[in-house]
Ligand binder design. Structure first.
Ligand code: ZN
Length: 478
């Protein structure tokens, strides 16, 4: 059957119109997306504009801008070096090019963004003669001859400021072009990530000067167990290396911060294809051997004292030290605020009799009353009963010990502060005898003791001693 000629015309023209509409639609919706999502597209636009420029400018550009291929030691990875000698914004950028367009695109995005940021910073520089430069270098490493790691080091010099150095990395499977992210490396297991995070957090504090200068809040954020916090890594020399930008935790740190962990150490948490053939004696699963901590108990007897006890509390807080205060019952009611403060600041309160009597010389009834009344007033003020008991003059017998129901604690170092009343004699008395788990006897009713205490705490800290309560020392000796 033959169509009528006008039907034929109508059919052809509608096909034509449809094609035009589809074409326009693709142009309108597709093109802007392309421009926004890739920086390389905008660079193409810039180049297109540049060709319109006058001949003289174009020639000048040709002289300052050059891209050359440089030798690469890895098959399948070509290296290019782009140089601009433009005095207004000179730069030198080395970048790789592989058979994988997706990776190339990511690299060119990074390079272009870096350039644009550099150019806009240069524009903002007030002094046009200030020294400026952008320098991007690459370091390539291979692992098992399959996985390749590219580390970009970007250095920006702007005026008199120091060089700002930041990093970027890209790890990929050389056979497939697949990008390797931490999630793949650590077997898609969040628990593995948590183990890594715990280890990295502590490891970063080890280098000299880091612990003191690090901004812990920033560092905790940068090392938080989220996968994307671990994206900036490389596999170099059979080690997992994390790169950090200084701004992420402290500008006061000297050098470029990175954490390097042998893959053999990480074997238990790595996906099998990334595990190292090297066996490690210790791994990330090996329990951390705690450093033997040295501890001492500072004890203060015969208080509380309205002002001296308060001074002592402030010094203890300053050095994050805990102590035990053996209080005399009859002084508690009149100094309730101080007693409450002792408890509130996390120190231990002990019973030291009601009126500092020689308990072994009293009738058992009176001796027991000394203990009970003191327990009661301390409970009334703080809401807690004393957890330890120290008889005045250290004089005790079995009856007292049995009645106290809490540990009866004497001391191992007597500072004789009550006798010397000399702040400069406090530290030497301690220095001479100090050892782990010592219980040091002092009195918080002598001004000289409060005055000499800070030097004692400085010394103990330097020697690695932790100041804990008497009960903590007792617990460790069980
Ligand atoms: Zn006493």
């Amino acid at each position: 059957m033959k169509r009528h000629p006008w039907v034929q015309v109508l059919l052809l023209s509608s096909i034509f119109m449809l094609t035009v509409i589809i074409g326009m639609f693709t142009f309108i919706t597709g093109n802007p997306k392309y421009q926004i999502s890739t920086v390389s597209a905008s660079s193409e636009v810039i180049e297109a504009k540049e060709t319109v420029k006058e001949d003289t400018e174009e020639n000048a550009e040709k002289q300052t801008l050059s891209t050359v291929e440089v030798p690469s030691t890895f098959n399948g990875i070509r290296l290019f070096k782009e140089n601009s000698a433009d005095p207004a914004a000179p730069y030198s950028i080395t970048y790789p090019n592989m058979a994988y367009e997706k990776l190339n695109k990511e690299i060119s995005q990074y390079i272009e963004t870096s350039k644009q940021q550099y150019f806009s910073s240069v524009k903002q520089t007030k002094n046009p003669n200030a020294k400026k430069n952008l320098h991007i270098q690459v370091k390539i490493s291979s692992y098992k001859q399959i996985y390749y790691s590219i580390v970009f080091t970007k250095q920006i010099t702007l005026g008199g400021k120091n060089i700002d150095e930041t990093f970027n990395t890209l790890v990929f499977n050389g056979k497939t072009g697949e990008r390797i992210l931490p999630r793949i490396l650590f077997n898609k297991d969040v628990q593995n990530l948590q183990k890594l995070s715990t280890y990295v957090r502590q490891k970063m504090l080890e280098p000299k000067g880091y612990k003191e200068n690090i901004n812990l809040a920033k560092w905790n954020k940068a090392s938080y167990p989220y996968w994307d916090r671990y994206n900036r890594f490389a596999i170099e020399n059979d080690s997992f290396v994390l790169y950090y930008n200084k701004a992420e935790f402290s500008n006061r740190i000297i050098g470029s911060p990175s954490v390097s962990i042998p893959l053999s150490f990480l074997n238990p948490i790595l996906a099998s294809e990334f595990q190292s053939k090297t066996k490690s004696a210790t791994t990330i699963l090996t329990p951390i051997q705690k450093k033997p901590i040295k501890r001492v108990a500072l004890t203060f007897d015969d208080g509380p004292h309205k002002t001296i006890t308060k001074q002592i509390l402030n010094i203890l807080d300053k050095y994050n030290a805990k102590a035990t205060f053996f209080m005399v019952g009859e002084r508690v009611g009149g100094n309730a605020a101080v007693v409450k403060d002792v408890a509130a600041r996390g120190h231990e309160i002990g019973n030291h009799s009601w009126d500092h009597a020689r308990l072994t010389k009293l009738s058992s009834k009176n001796a027991q009353s000394e203990i009970t009344t003191t327990n009661n007033i301390i409970f009334k003020v703080t809401g807690q009963y004393p957890t330890v008991f120290r008889p005045p003059y250290g004089e005790k017998n079995k009856q007292l010990t049995d009645f106290a129901k809490v540990p009866v604690v004497l001391w191992t170092i007597d500072t004789l502060d009550w006798k010397y009343r000399d702040s400069s004699k406090l530290l030497p008395m301690i220095q001479k005898n100090i050892k782990n788990n010592d219980i040091i006897l002092m009195h918080d009713i002598h001004q000289s003791t409060a005055n000499g205490l800070e030097n004692v705490l400085i010394y103990l800290k330097k020697q690695g001693y932790e100041c804990v309560t008497v009960s903590e020392i007792l617990a460790s000796q069980k």
